[in-house]
Design a protein around this ligand. Sequence first.
Ligand code: SF4
Length: 150
Amino acid sequence: MTKKKTRIGIIICERYHSCAGGKCFRALRERRGAFRRYPADADIEIAGYCSCGGCPGVNIEYAPEEMIKNGVEVIHLATGLIVGYPPCPRLEYFQRYIETRYGIPVVAGTHPVPEKYFQVHKQLGTWKSKKWEKILQEVIETPEIRKAYD
Ligand code: SF4
C-alpha cells in the first residue's frame, strides 16, 4: 500500500529572508525540533516555503492559501520567529489567524533552537513565561543537538 504523503509549508521571519532553509530541511530529515512530531518513516514533503513578508507579516494573510492549493496540510512557523532578537511578537496571532481562516494546524517552530541563541535568550530572560515555555517544548533539544544546529 502506498504511504500517504503529508505536505507541509514553512513560513520564515523576513529578518532571515536570505536563509536557504538548510537547518529546516536538515531538521526535517533528522526529525529534530518541531519535526519530531512526524514518524521517521512518514512521507513528508515541504510543498511551500516563504517569508512572512516583513513586519507586521504582510504575507501571512494570503501565503497559506497558495500553500494549501499546493496540498499543504500543516504550516510551520520557522524557529527564527522564536529565536530572533526580539522573537516575533505576532507569532501566536499568526497561529490563530491561519488556523481560524484556513482551518489547518499551525506549529510554532521548525529546527531545534541553536545553542548560541539559547544562551543569549537565557541571559536576557526572554522566554521566562508560561507562553514561551509552551512554545519552546517543540524546539528545545539537548545541548549537543542545539550545538549541532549553531
Ligand atoms: S518579527 Fe514577525 S512579523 Fe516581523 S518580520 Fe519577523 S516574523 Fe515577520
